[in-house]
Design a protein around this ligand. Structure first.
Ligand code: HEC
Length: 111
C-alpha cells in the first residue's frame, strides 16, 4: 500500500502531459491564435449569423459564417491559407488545421 504513494506523482505528471488529438483540435478551434472560429462558424462548424444590418434602402442584410462541416481537409487548408473578405487570415500549420478538421468531424459524428 505504501508504494502506491510513490506512483502518485508519476500519475499526476503523466495526466497533465496528456492531451488528446480531440482536445487539441477543440482548443485550436476555440483559440486559433486569433479570433475564435466559433464566433463565425458556430460551436460545431454549423455556421452562424455574424451580424444583421440595414442598407440605405432599408433592405436587411445578413452576414453569416458558412457551414464548414462538409468541407474536406484540402479545402480547409486552402481556405485557411488565403485571404478572405470577412474571415481573418490565420497562420496555422497544416497539422493544426488537421486537428481542427478532425475535431469538427468527431464532434459532428462523421466517420
Ligand atoms: C470573422 C468571422 C470568421 C472567423 C473568425 C472565421 N471564419 Fe471561416 N469564414 C468566414 C466567412 C464569412 C467565410 C466565407 C468566405 C468569406 O467571405 O470570408 C468563411 C469561410 C471559411 C471556410 C471555407 C468555406 C467554403 O465555403 O469554402 C473554412 C474552411 C473556414 N472559414 C474555416 C474557419 C476556421 C477553421 C476558422 C478558425 C481558425 C475560421 N474559419 C474563422 C468567417 C469567419
Amino acid at each position: 500500500m505504501k508504494r502506491l504513494w510513490l506512483l502518485f506523482p508519476i500519475i499526476l505528471f503523466a495526466r497533465e502531459d496528456f492531451i488528446s488529438h480531440y482536445e487539441y483540435g477543440e482548443m485550436l478551434y476555440a483559440n486559433p491564435r486569433g479570433i475564435s472560429c466559433s464566433h463565425c462558424h458556430g460551436e460545431s462548424g454549423e455556421g452562424k449569423i455574424i451580424v444583421k444590418y440595414k442598407e440605405d434602402n432599408n433592405e436587411t442584410k445578413i452576414l453569416r459564417g458558412s457551414d464548414i462541416r462538409g468541407k474536406n481537409i484540402d479545402n480547409m487548408i486552402k481556405s485557411l491559407n488565403s485571404y478572405h473578405k470577412v474571415m481573418p487570415r490565420y497562420y496555422l500549420t497544416n497539422k493544426e488545421v488537421k486537428a481542427i478538421f478532425d475535431y469538427l468531424q468527431d464532434k459532428n459524428g462523421v466517420e
